[in-house]
Design a protein around this ligand. Structure first.
Ligand code: AMP
Ligand code: MN
Ligand code: MN
Ligand code: MN
Length: 274
């Protein structure tokens, strides 16, 4: 069975609009899927009434938040999209993204790259604006040769355009999901490049905030990494989740769909959602 609980659309920084994403999922015979755009459910909202037959579409989101000075992503699944808690959090995140974009543009302007706010906004259009839109603008404006360079020099972790001051705290993100009847999943734990002890501290705080799930598979990863994440999930008694983190056809990224057998006999977040 192919499933996927981590995907992006044009509502954030993905290349496919929600209809095209679902059509692709259907063509691949994926049976259950969540659209988890960064800090918005607009993509999910656009198709929630009309998913393809034989595909279970679950409410989803990937929330940006901070913990211990690091930007953390929390995937929310199966919440009531109309609940007041998630709606309040969405408004908070929308505001944060707008203020952050202004700040990123200021920082880039200070490095002789003026006009980034209008540039990135034009590229984002109706999408939730983010660093990938700034990266694309920087390529267009001739400041860098490709988006990878934009991240490695200016936008990536610890660089001048990496602004996290506006994000809510981890607990606020988790509570917004759980108070709306959803399951909070700690996304791609290995991507934060934390020491083992710091990652354990994160898991403890995530669990104490009400987090129930851990993403043991995110896109392309080695079997060693999956084994390590399975042990981490067991240690904290998290249910497991999996997803492609699909954004676009890209040689370093995974296509939609994960073989559900990868979880073996571990408890899963989708048992309670499907
Ligand atoms: P934001 O949501 O604005 O913080 O931007 C984060 C997004 O940028 C991630 O979800 C990725 O899709 C993308 N991203 C992060 N790092 C890189 C990178 N080194 N190269 C290309 N895209 C990246
Ligand atoms: Mn992204
Ligand atoms: Mn992420
Ligand atoms: Mn993602």
């Amino acid at each position: 069975m192919l499933i996927d609980f981590h995907t992006h659309t044009t509502a954030s920084d993905g290349a496919l609009d929600p209809c095209a994403l679902l059509a692709r999922a259907q063509a691949l015979s994926i049976t259950a899927l969540a659209i988890t755009d960064h800090d918005t459910i607009a993509g999910f909202e656009a198709v929630r009434q009309s998913p393809p037959t034989d595909l279970r579409l679950i409410a989803g989101i990937e929330i940006s938040c901070v913990w211990g000075g690091v930007t953390i992503h929390v995937v929310g699944l199966g919440f009531d999209p109309d609940a007041s808690a998630i709606q309040a959090l969405l408004a908070r995140l929308d505001d944060a993204r707008r203020q952050r974009a202004v700040k990123i543009a200021e920082r880039l302007a200070s490095r002789n790259m003026p006009g980034g706010l209008d540039g990135a906004r034009a590229i984002a259009g109706a999408a939730q604006i983010g660093r990938p839109h700034f990266a694309q603008w920087m390529v267009q404006a001739g400041h860098v040769v490709d988006t990878g360079t934009a991240f490695s020099r200016y936008l990536g972790q610890g660089k001048v355009g990496d602004i996290k001051a506006f994000w809510p705290a981890l607990r606020e993100a988790v509570e917004g999901i759980t108070d709306s009847g959803g399951v909070a999943v700690l996304a791609h734990p290995l991507k934060y490049r934390m020491t083992r002890m710091k990652l354990q501290a994160l898991c403890r705080d995530f669990a104490s905030a009400g987090g129930l799930g851990l993403e043991i598979l995110n896109g392309r990863q080695t079997s060693d990494e999956t084994a390590r994440l399975k042990r981490l999930a067991q240690e904290f008694q998290f249910a497991v989740s999996v997803g492609s983190d699909f954004h676009r056809d890209w040689q370093y990224g995974a296509d939609l769909g994960v073989d559900s057998r990868v979880v073996g006999t571990m408890p899963t977040v989708w048992e309670s959602l499907l």
